[in-house]
Design a protein around this ligand. Structure first.
Ligand SMILES: Cc1ncc(COP(=O)(O)O)c(C=O)c1O
Length: 380
Protein backbone atom coordinates (compact mmCIF):
# COMPACT_ATOMS: atom_id res chain seq x y z
CA UNK A 1 0.00 0.00 0.00
CA UNK A 2 1.00 3.63 -0.48
CA UNK A 3 1.88 5.78 2.50
CA UNK A 4 -0.73 8.47 3.10
CA UNK A 5 -1.29 10.65 0.01
CA UNK A 6 -3.45 13.11 1.96
CA UNK A 7 -0.88 15.89 1.61
CA UNK A 8 -1.65 16.03 -2.12
CA UNK A 9 -5.23 17.15 -1.41
CA UNK A 10 -6.77 20.15 0.37
CA UNK A 11 -9.00 18.00 2.57
CA UNK A 12 -9.01 19.03 6.25
CA UNK A 13 -8.10 16.28 8.74
CA UNK A 14 -11.56 16.27 10.31
CA UNK A 15 -13.33 15.63 6.98
CA UNK A 16 -13.90 11.99 6.02
CA UNK A 17 -14.73 12.30 2.32
CA UNK A 18 -15.80 8.86 1.08
CA UNK A 19 -17.84 9.95 -1.90
CA UNK A 20 -15.67 10.00 -5.04
CA UNK A 21 -18.40 8.05 -6.82
CA UNK A 22 -20.38 11.31 -6.72
CA UNK A 23 -17.45 13.59 -7.47
CA UNK A 24 -13.75 13.35 -6.66
CA UNK A 25 -11.72 16.05 -4.94
CA UNK A 26 -9.23 18.16 -6.89
CA UNK A 27 -5.56 17.60 -6.30
CA UNK A 28 -3.51 20.54 -5.03
CA UNK A 29 -1.54 20.36 -8.28
CA UNK A 30 -4.81 20.75 -10.21
CA UNK A 31 -5.85 23.68 -8.00
CA UNK A 32 -2.58 25.42 -8.88
CA UNK A 33 -3.15 24.68 -12.58
CA UNK A 34 -6.67 26.15 -12.30
CA UNK A 35 -5.36 29.35 -10.73
CA UNK A 36 -2.86 29.78 -13.56
CA UNK A 37 -5.59 29.06 -16.10
CA UNK A 38 -7.82 31.79 -14.66
CA UNK A 39 -4.91 34.20 -14.75
CA UNK A 40 -4.32 33.44 -18.41
CA UNK A 41 -7.87 34.43 -19.37
CA UNK A 42 -7.52 37.58 -17.28
CA UNK A 43 -4.55 38.46 -19.50
CA UNK A 44 -5.86 37.39 -22.92
CA UNK A 45 -3.00 39.03 -24.80
CA UNK A 46 -0.98 35.99 -23.66
CA UNK A 47 -3.38 33.66 -25.52
CA UNK A 48 -2.09 32.65 -28.95
CA UNK A 49 -3.20 30.08 -31.51
CA UNK A 50 -0.77 27.66 -29.80
CA UNK A 51 -2.77 28.02 -26.59
CA UNK A 52 -5.76 26.50 -28.39
CA UNK A 53 -3.95 23.37 -29.52
CA UNK A 54 -0.85 22.53 -27.50
CA UNK A 55 -2.28 21.97 -23.98
CA UNK A 56 -5.14 20.01 -25.53
CA UNK A 57 -2.82 17.76 -27.50
CA UNK A 58 -0.62 17.20 -24.46
CA UNK A 59 -3.71 16.19 -22.49
CA UNK A 60 -4.90 13.93 -25.30
CA UNK A 61 -1.53 12.18 -25.30
CA UNK A 62 -1.60 11.76 -21.50
CA UNK A 63 -5.08 10.26 -21.54
CA UNK A 64 -4.07 7.94 -24.38
CA UNK A 65 -1.09 6.76 -22.33
CA UNK A 66 -3.33 6.24 -19.35
CA UNK A 67 -5.87 4.17 -21.30
CA UNK A 68 -3.27 2.37 -23.43
CA UNK A 69 -4.21 3.63 -26.89
CA UNK A 70 -3.01 6.07 -29.51
CA UNK A 71 -3.76 9.79 -29.10
CA UNK A 72 -5.52 9.63 -32.48
CA UNK A 73 -8.22 7.48 -30.89
CA UNK A 74 -9.15 10.08 -28.25
CA UNK A 75 -11.75 12.86 -28.49
CA UNK A 76 -12.71 15.56 -25.96
CA UNK A 77 -16.35 15.79 -25.09
CA UNK A 78 -18.19 17.56 -22.27
CA UNK A 79 -20.21 14.65 -20.89
CA UNK A 80 -20.93 10.95 -21.21
CA UNK A 81 -24.32 11.79 -22.70
CA UNK A 82 -22.51 13.54 -25.57
CA UNK A 83 -20.31 10.46 -26.13
CA UNK A 84 -23.32 8.18 -26.22
CA UNK A 85 -25.05 10.41 -28.77
CA UNK A 86 -21.95 10.03 -31.00
CA UNK A 87 -21.93 6.26 -30.51
CA UNK A 88 -25.68 6.00 -31.21
CA UNK A 89 -25.28 7.99 -34.41
CA UNK A 90 -22.52 5.71 -35.68
CA UNK A 91 -23.82 2.21 -34.95
CA UNK A 92 -26.59 0.59 -36.97
CA UNK A 93 -29.54 -1.12 -35.32
CA UNK A 94 -32.08 -3.00 -37.43
CA UNK A 95 -35.70 -3.80 -36.52
CA UNK A 96 -35.76 -6.63 -34.01
CA UNK A 97 -32.11 -6.13 -32.94
CA UNK A 98 -31.43 -5.85 -29.23
CA UNK A 99 -29.50 -3.27 -27.21
CA UNK A 100 -28.28 -4.79 -23.95
CA UNK A 101 -27.92 -2.68 -20.79
CA UNK A 102 -27.82 -3.40 -17.05
CA UNK A 103 -30.80 -2.92 -14.81
CA UNK A 104 -30.75 0.56 -13.22
CA UNK A 105 -27.78 1.61 -15.36
CA UNK A 106 -26.79 5.29 -15.25
CA UNK A 107 -29.37 7.36 -17.24
CA UNK A 108 -26.86 8.98 -19.66
CA UNK A 109 -26.10 5.44 -20.86
CA UNK A 110 -29.76 4.42 -21.17
CA UNK A 111 -31.78 7.31 -22.68
CA UNK A 112 -29.80 7.42 -25.98
CA UNK A 113 -30.28 3.68 -26.38
CA UNK A 114 -33.98 3.88 -25.65
CA UNK A 115 -34.26 6.51 -28.39
CA UNK A 116 -32.16 4.45 -30.77
CA UNK A 117 -34.40 1.42 -30.18
CA UNK A 118 -37.53 3.53 -30.76
CA UNK A 119 -36.17 5.07 -33.98
CA UNK A 120 -35.06 1.75 -35.47
CA UNK A 121 -37.56 -0.80 -34.21
CA UNK A 122 -34.87 -2.30 -31.99
CA UNK A 123 -35.51 -3.67 -28.52
CA UNK A 124 -33.97 -2.79 -25.17
CA UNK A 125 -32.88 -5.71 -23.01
CA UNK A 126 -32.17 -4.75 -19.42
CA UNK A 127 -30.28 -7.48 -17.57
CA UNK A 128 -31.55 -7.80 -13.99
CA UNK A 129 -29.18 -7.92 -11.05
CA UNK A 130 -28.77 -11.50 -9.83
CA UNK A 131 -30.42 -12.10 -6.46
CA UNK A 132 -28.00 -11.57 -3.54
CA UNK A 133 -29.10 -14.91 -2.09
CA UNK A 134 -27.81 -16.69 -5.22
CA UNK A 135 -24.46 -14.85 -4.96
CA UNK A 136 -25.14 -14.56 -8.67
CA UNK A 137 -22.66 -13.40 -11.21
CA UNK A 138 -23.94 -10.47 -13.32
CA UNK A 139 -21.39 -11.15 -16.07
CA UNK A 140 -22.91 -14.57 -16.71
CA UNK A 141 -26.38 -13.04 -17.08
CA UNK A 142 -25.02 -10.39 -19.49
CA UNK A 143 -23.22 -13.00 -21.58
CA UNK A 144 -26.48 -14.92 -21.92
CA UNK A 145 -28.35 -11.73 -22.94
CA UNK A 146 -25.87 -10.96 -25.76
CA UNK A 147 -27.09 -13.05 -28.69
CA UNK A 148 -26.90 -13.03 -32.48
CA UNK A 149 -29.79 -10.52 -32.36
CA UNK A 150 -27.72 -8.04 -30.32
CA UNK A 151 -26.57 -4.92 -32.17
CA UNK A 152 -25.10 -3.13 -29.14
CA UNK A 153 -23.97 -4.07 -25.66
CA UNK A 154 -24.05 -0.71 -23.85
CA UNK A 155 -22.45 -1.37 -20.48
CA UNK A 156 -20.29 -0.07 -17.62
CA UNK A 157 -17.31 -1.81 -16.00
CA UNK A 158 -19.01 -1.62 -12.63
CA UNK A 159 -22.47 -0.53 -11.53
CA UNK A 160 -22.65 3.10 -10.41
CA UNK A 161 -24.75 2.38 -7.32
CA UNK A 162 -22.54 -0.15 -5.58
CA UNK A 163 -19.51 -1.16 -7.67
CA UNK A 164 -20.91 -4.55 -8.80
CA UNK A 165 -18.40 -5.48 -11.51
CA UNK A 166 -18.57 -7.04 -14.96
CA UNK A 167 -15.87 -9.12 -16.62
CA UNK A 168 -15.33 -6.96 -19.70
CA UNK A 169 -12.79 -9.34 -21.23
CA UNK A 170 -15.43 -12.07 -21.44
CA UNK A 171 -18.09 -9.60 -22.61
CA UNK A 172 -15.80 -8.15 -25.30
CA UNK A 173 -15.11 -11.66 -26.62
CA UNK A 174 -18.84 -12.47 -26.65
CA UNK A 175 -19.62 -9.27 -28.57
CA UNK A 176 -17.06 -10.16 -31.23
CA UNK A 177 -18.43 -13.71 -31.45
CA UNK A 178 -21.97 -12.48 -32.25
CA UNK A 179 -20.97 -9.32 -34.16
CA UNK A 180 -22.35 -6.85 -31.58
CA UNK A 181 -20.84 -3.43 -30.94
CA UNK A 182 -19.56 -2.76 -27.42
CA UNK A 183 -20.09 0.73 -25.99
CA UNK A 184 -18.70 1.36 -22.52
CA UNK A 185 -19.24 4.03 -19.89
CA UNK A 186 -16.34 3.59 -17.48
CA UNK A 187 -16.97 6.73 -15.43
CA UNK A 188 -17.25 4.73 -12.22
CA UNK A 189 -14.11 2.70 -12.76
CA UNK A 190 -11.47 4.15 -15.08
CA UNK A 191 -8.46 5.31 -13.15
CA UNK A 192 -8.81 2.90 -10.27
CA UNK A 193 -9.90 -0.37 -11.88
CA UNK A 194 -7.60 -1.94 -14.47
CA UNK A 195 -9.03 -2.28 -17.97
CA UNK A 196 -7.17 -4.09 -20.75
CA UNK A 197 -8.24 -2.15 -23.83
CA UNK A 198 -6.54 -4.52 -26.27
CA UNK A 199 -8.41 -7.43 -24.71
CA UNK A 200 -11.83 -5.78 -24.34
CA UNK A 201 -11.81 -4.02 -27.75
CA UNK A 202 -14.74 -1.64 -27.26
CA UNK A 203 -16.16 0.32 -30.20
CA UNK A 204 -16.59 3.44 -28.08
CA UNK A 205 -15.57 4.07 -24.46
CA UNK A 206 -16.48 7.18 -22.49
CA UNK A 207 -15.41 8.47 -19.10
CA UNK A 208 -16.35 11.60 -17.23
CA UNK A 209 -13.20 13.02 -15.64
CA UNK A 210 -14.68 14.44 -12.46
CA UNK A 211 -15.02 11.34 -10.30
CA UNK A 212 -12.30 8.70 -10.03
CA UNK A 213 -10.03 10.58 -12.42
CA UNK A 214 -10.03 13.56 -10.03
CA UNK A 215 -10.54 15.92 -12.94
CA UNK A 216 -12.87 18.86 -13.59
CA UNK A 217 -16.63 18.71 -14.14
CA UNK A 218 -17.94 19.13 -17.72
CA UNK A 219 -14.84 17.37 -19.03
CA UNK A 220 -14.94 13.85 -20.46
CA UNK A 221 -12.88 11.66 -22.77
CA UNK A 222 -14.06 9.45 -25.60
CA UNK A 223 -12.08 6.55 -27.02
CA UNK A 224 -13.06 5.66 -30.57
CA UNK A 225 -11.93 2.37 -32.14
CA UNK A 226 -10.06 2.57 -35.45
CA UNK A 227 -12.99 1.31 -37.52
CA UNK A 228 -15.18 4.24 -36.38
CA UNK A 229 -12.63 6.98 -37.00
CA UNK A 230 -14.35 8.02 -40.22
CA UNK A 231 -17.73 8.28 -38.48
CA UNK A 232 -20.10 11.23 -38.27
CA UNK A 233 -19.52 13.80 -35.54
CA UNK A 234 -22.47 15.23 -33.64
CA UNK A 235 -21.75 18.80 -34.68
CA UNK A 236 -19.58 20.68 -37.13
CA UNK A 237 -17.13 23.16 -35.64
CA UNK A 238 -14.23 25.13 -37.07
CA UNK A 239 -11.75 23.65 -34.69
CA UNK A 240 -11.80 20.03 -35.81
CA UNK A 241 -11.37 20.84 -39.51
CA UNK A 242 -7.99 20.34 -41.14
CA UNK A 243 -5.80 23.44 -41.06
CA UNK A 244 -7.71 25.17 -38.25
CA UNK A 245 -4.37 26.08 -36.60
CA UNK A 246 -4.09 28.85 -39.18
CA UNK A 247 -6.57 31.41 -37.87
CA UNK A 248 -6.03 33.64 -40.90
CA UNK A 249 -7.48 31.00 -43.27
CA UNK A 250 -10.50 29.70 -41.32
CA UNK A 251 -12.88 30.74 -44.07
CA UNK A 252 -11.10 28.60 -46.63
CA UNK A 253 -13.82 26.06 -45.79
CA UNK A 254 -12.64 22.48 -45.96
CA UNK A 255 -14.34 19.13 -46.03
CA UNK A 256 -11.57 17.18 -44.33
CA UNK A 257 -11.17 16.85 -40.57
CA UNK A 258 -8.22 16.85 -38.23
CA UNK A 259 -6.82 13.30 -37.99
CA UNK A 260 -8.34 10.43 -36.03
CA UNK A 261 -10.98 10.95 -33.38
CA UNK A 262 -10.42 14.73 -33.36
CA UNK A 263 -13.44 15.05 -35.67
CA UNK A 264 -15.54 14.13 -32.63
CA UNK A 265 -14.07 16.88 -30.40
CA UNK A 266 -16.77 19.17 -29.02
CA UNK A 267 -16.69 22.82 -30.10
CA UNK A 268 -14.33 24.93 -27.94
CA UNK A 269 -12.61 21.73 -26.76
CA UNK A 270 -9.49 23.75 -25.87
CA UNK A 271 -11.29 25.02 -22.77
CA UNK A 272 -8.57 27.18 -21.22
CA UNK A 273 -9.96 26.74 -17.70
CA UNK A 274 -10.49 22.99 -17.61
CA UNK A 275 -7.76 21.52 -19.79
CA UNK A 276 -4.85 22.40 -17.44
CA UNK A 277 -6.82 20.96 -14.52
CA UNK A 278 -7.49 17.73 -16.40
CA UNK A 279 -3.84 17.54 -17.39
CA UNK A 280 -2.61 17.94 -13.82
CA UNK A 281 -4.88 15.17 -12.58
CA UNK A 282 -3.81 12.81 -15.38
CA UNK A 283 -0.17 13.41 -14.49
CA UNK A 284 -0.82 12.33 -10.91
CA UNK A 285 -2.91 9.31 -11.92
CA UNK A 286 -0.10 8.20 -14.21
CA UNK A 287 2.43 8.65 -11.40
CA UNK A 288 0.34 6.43 -9.08
CA UNK A 289 -0.57 3.89 -11.77
CA UNK A 290 -3.95 2.15 -12.03
CA UNK A 291 -2.72 -1.24 -10.80
CA UNK A 292 -1.20 0.33 -7.70
CA UNK A 293 -4.30 2.43 -6.98
CA UNK A 294 -6.50 -0.59 -7.46
CA UNK A 295 -4.45 -2.63 -4.95
CA UNK A 296 -4.35 0.27 -2.49
CA UNK A 297 -8.10 0.95 -2.65
CA UNK A 298 -8.77 -2.79 -2.62
CA UNK A 299 -7.15 -2.98 0.83
CA UNK A 300 -9.30 -0.10 2.05
CA UNK A 301 -12.60 -1.49 0.76
CA UNK A 302 -11.70 -4.93 2.17
CA UNK A 303 -11.37 -3.35 5.58
CA UNK A 304 -14.65 -1.45 5.10
CA UNK A 305 -16.41 -4.71 4.15
CA UNK A 306 -15.04 -6.55 7.20
CA UNK A 307 -15.99 -3.80 9.66
CA UNK A 308 -19.43 -3.39 8.07
CA UNK A 309 -20.08 -7.10 8.34
CA UNK A 310 -19.13 -6.98 12.04
CA UNK A 311 -21.92 -4.39 12.40
CA UNK A 312 -24.47 -6.62 10.67
CA UNK A 313 -24.38 -4.90 7.26
CA UNK A 314 -24.15 -6.96 4.09
CA UNK A 315 -21.17 -6.36 1.79
CA UNK A 316 -20.88 -7.98 -1.63
CA UNK A 317 -18.16 -10.64 -2.05
CA UNK A 318 -14.89 -9.22 -3.29
CA UNK A 319 -14.81 -11.11 -6.59
CA UNK A 320 -18.15 -9.57 -7.65
CA UNK A 321 -17.26 -5.91 -7.08
CA UNK A 322 -14.70 -3.34 -8.16
CA UNK A 323 -11.78 -2.74 -5.79
CA UNK A 324 -12.58 0.91 -5.17
CA UNK A 325 -16.17 1.25 -4.00
CA UNK A 326 -18.62 -0.78 -2.06
CA UNK A 327 -22.38 -0.80 -1.48
CA UNK A 328 -23.28 -1.72 2.09
CA UNK A 329 -26.75 -3.02 2.69
CA UNK A 330 -28.54 -2.42 5.95
CA UNK A 331 -30.96 -5.16 7.03
CA UNK A 332 -33.80 -2.60 7.01
CA UNK A 333 -32.58 -0.49 4.06
CA UNK A 334 -30.59 2.74 4.15
CA UNK A 335 -32.49 5.77 5.52
CA UNK A 336 -32.50 8.52 2.88
CA UNK A 337 -31.44 11.11 5.44
CA UNK A 338 -28.37 9.10 6.45
CA UNK A 339 -25.96 11.13 4.25
CA UNK A 340 -27.27 14.40 5.78
CA UNK A 341 -26.90 13.02 9.28
CA UNK A 342 -23.35 11.80 8.59
CA UNK A 343 -22.49 15.11 6.91
CA UNK A 344 -23.24 16.87 10.21
CA UNK A 345 -20.30 14.86 11.54
CA UNK A 346 -18.20 15.70 8.47
CA UNK A 347 -18.49 12.18 7.10
CA UNK A 348 -19.52 12.06 3.45
CA UNK A 349 -20.93 8.99 1.69
CA UNK A 350 -23.78 8.44 -0.78
CA UNK A 351 -26.96 6.43 -0.52
CA UNK A 352 -28.08 4.80 -3.75
CA UNK A 353 -31.16 2.61 -3.65
CA UNK A 354 -31.08 0.65 -0.42
CA UNK A 355 -27.31 0.79 0.01
CA UNK A 356 -24.72 3.07 1.55
CA UNK A 357 -22.19 3.69 -1.23
CA UNK A 358 -18.73 4.12 0.24
CA UNK A 359 -16.17 5.44 -2.25
CA UNK A 360 -12.70 6.14 -0.85
CA UNK A 361 -9.84 7.51 -2.94
CA UNK A 362 -6.10 8.03 -2.54
CA UNK A 363 -6.62 10.64 0.21
CA UNK A 364 -8.46 8.19 2.48
CA UNK A 365 -6.82 7.49 5.83
CA UNK A 366 -7.51 5.00 8.67
CA UNK A 367 -8.88 7.99 10.66
CA UNK A 368 -11.50 8.55 7.94
CA UNK A 369 -12.71 4.96 8.30
CA UNK A 370 -12.76 5.29 12.08
CA UNK A 371 -14.89 8.46 11.81
CA UNK A 372 -17.26 6.80 9.33
CA UNK A 373 -17.85 3.70 11.45
CA UNK A 374 -18.18 5.68 14.70
CA UNK A 375 -20.80 7.96 13.09
CA UNK A 376 -22.62 4.99 11.58
CA UNK A 377 -22.70 3.13 14.88
CA UNK A 378 -24.28 6.16 16.57
CA UNK A 379 -26.97 6.36 13.89
CA UNK A 380 -27.90 2.66 13.67
C1 LIG B 1 -21.87 5.77 -14.34
C2 LIG B 1 -21.95 7.21 -14.68
N1 LIG B 1 -21.84 7.59 -15.94
C3 LIG B 1 -21.88 8.88 -16.31
C4 LIG B 1 -22.03 9.87 -15.35
C5 LIG B 1 -22.05 11.29 -15.83
O1 LIG B 1 -22.89 11.40 -16.97
P1 LIG B 1 -22.95 12.77 -17.79
O2 LIG B 1 -21.53 13.08 -18.13
O3 LIG B 1 -23.78 12.46 -18.97
O4 LIG B 1 -23.55 13.79 -16.89
C6 LIG B 1 -22.17 9.52 -14.00
C7 LIG B 1 -22.37 10.49 -12.91
O5 LIG B 1 -22.50 11.66 -12.98
C8 LIG B 1 -22.11 8.15 -13.66
O6 LIG B 1 -22.20 7.75 -12.39
Amino acid sequence: MFASQRHLFSIPDQVAYLNSATTGPLLKSAERAAQKAIQLKAEPWRITSRTFFEPLEETRALFARFLGCDADNVAFIPAVSYAMAIAARNIDVRPGDTIVVLDEQFPSHVYPWRNKALETGGKMVSVPRPLPSSQGNWTQAVLEAITKKTAIAALPHCHWTDGAALDLNAIGARCREVGAALVLDVTQSLGVMPLDLAEVQPDFLAVSAHKWMLGPYSYSYLYVADHHLHGEPLEENWFNRKGSENFARLVDYRDDYQPGARRFDVGEASNFFLTPVAKASLEQLLAWGTDNMSRHLGEITREIAARAQDMGLVAPPEHLRGPHMIGLQLPSGAPEDLPAYLAEKEVYVGVRGDKIRVAPHMHTTPQDLHRFFSALEEEL
